[in-house]
Design a protein around this ligand. Structure first.
Ligand code: SAH
Length: 428
């Protein structure tokens, strides 16, 4: 087995199990490891830290999978970890009692680096009750263990199907080209219905985004319910209706306008509204959120609650500044269509945007618009997307609810670099 030696004074996080060894932390390599093969990770003196997967094409050169005391990196170890991941969802969290869709395996958060598995149990239709598992593989080394893991899933959960969805990230960053594939059973060729918090959703595990549904927002969807009663709500970046449908079904919203640039997602949202019997309070629009918000801002169309949940805008650290500007623009425009005292529900699912980056960006929006942002709720990804310390990088979802108090019409916000020319009483 090849040995990878960490640079002097860089080994500390790895002794505590941090799983990402970037190229810059590596001192030297003994042997010529094949991409995807198991290597021994050592500190610079040669003491064994553990074993992991080598990938010379990835910025994450070694994924540390097993510390020395945890045993050999083999099928048996990963199957044991798979069992523990399933136990956590079914026995400890009892998620199956409130949701028929949730994350079964969350990569590093379950000590199964580069593997995500979502579970979907059908809640309506001809094959009601059927369980479908959808996986994504983002580490080359994980691929060798898939047969053993799939066999264990079949043995333990008896799913109707196991599908793999190719990940664009894995292809680009890890150089692993995997295609969509059905590994077991028959995957549904049509959209399926699932239930979360008593709301029916339609999603498509073969053609939808990611694995088909964003289960990470489950708790945040519930957290906004108290604020929507009797309100006109905008669900921008709605996908299949994640936030807007519960607002109608349980929150008592007067109306929800669903807005997304994917006609396919909107069709599923529409189907969800019909299945939940709330279609008469729902409207749907296939358009670019930024353009629509601009237009409404000019026309003066207002909402009592505005929810924005854009896709991941920062994929690499070097895109952070640009991404934050885009988040800023989205939120500023969202505030532009919010009534005085209205509720802003806003999210970022970019791992590179920290909690403090996100709040700083939002406080800049507040300053520039002259609004007061009153923080009512701070949320993150659900517990089925756990973070295994010290790997804080897997905490990616940020959710905030604010009441927004608007300034009087014509108010010009203070600018530290001198008031703008148009400020009243300031042109001499
Ligand atoms: N809120 C959703 C998840 C949103 S995922 C839920 O709870 O399930 C992000 C969504 O943004 C996707 O559906 C994508 O189609 C949409 N999207 C991306 N860019 C967009 C744009 N410029 N205008 C409108 N929708 C956009």
């Amino acid at each position: 087995m090849a040995k990878v030696f960490v640079q002097p004074r860089k080994a500390r996080p790895f002794w505590f199990g941090h799983p990402w060894v970037f190229s810059g932390a590596i001192d030297r390599v003994k042997g010529d490891p094949r991409d995807g093969s198991v290597v021994e990770l050592c500190d610079h003196e040669g003491k064994t830290i553990g074993s992991g997967w080598w990938n010379g094409r990835s910025q994450i050169r070694v994924r540390l999978v097993a510390l020395a005391h945890e045993g050999a990196l083999d099928d048996a170890l990963l199957v044991k970890r798979l069992d523990r991941a399933i136990d956590l969802r079914l026995d400890a969290m009892r998620l199956q009692e409130t949701a028929s869709v949730f994350r079964l395996v969350h990569s590093e958060g379950d000590l199964l680096p580069g593997l995500v598995i979502d579970a979907y149990r059908e809640a309506a239709g001809e094959t009601e009750g059927a369980l479908h598992l959808v996986m994504q593989v983002t580490a080359l080394g994980m691929t060798a263990h898939l047969p053993a893991l799939i066999a264990r899933l079949v043995e333990r959960l008896a799913p109707a199907s196991i599908t793999e969805r190719a990940s664009g990230y894995a292809a680009e960053e890890e150089g692993i080209a995997r295609a969509d594939a059905v590994h077991h059973g028959d995957a549904p060729v049509h959209p399926i219905c699932v239930v979360e918090n008593g709301v029916r959703y339609w999603c498509d595990i073969r053609a939808g985004q990611k694995t088909g549904f964003f289960a990470d927002q489950r708790d945040n969807r519930r957290a906004v319910l108290p604020y929507v009663k009797g309100k006109s709500v905008l669900d921008a970046f709605c996908y299949v209706g994640g936030f807007g449908l519960p607002a109608l079904v349980h929150g008592g919203a007067a109306s929800v306008h669903f807005l997304d640039s994917s006609g396919f997602a909107l069709e599923l949202a529409q189907r969800g509204a019909a299945s939940n019997g709330v279609a008469e309070r729902a409207t749907f629009e296939d358009a670019n959120v930024l353009r629509v918000l601009d237009r409404w801002g000019r026309e003066g169309r207002m909402f009592g609650v505005v929810m924005v949940d854009p896709p991941k805008l920062v994929h690499r650290r070097m895109e952070l500044e640009k991404g934050l500007r885009l988040y800023h623009e989205i939120n500023r425009k969202a505030v532009g269509v919010l009534e005085d005292g209205g509720i802003l529900v806003t999210h970022s699912c970019s791992q590179h945007v920290s909690e403090s980056d996100f709040e700083h960006m939002l406080s800049t929006v507040a300053k520039e618009t002259g609004c007061r942002f009153q923080l009512l709720h701070r949320g993150t990804q659900g517990a089925d997307h756990p973070v295994m310390l010290p790997h804080d990088e897997s905490r990616y979802l940020k959710s905030r609810v604010f009441r927004v108090v608007k300034p009087p019409e014509g108010f010009v916000p203070f600018r530290p670099d001198g008031p703008p020319r148009s400020a009243p009483g300031n042109d001499g």
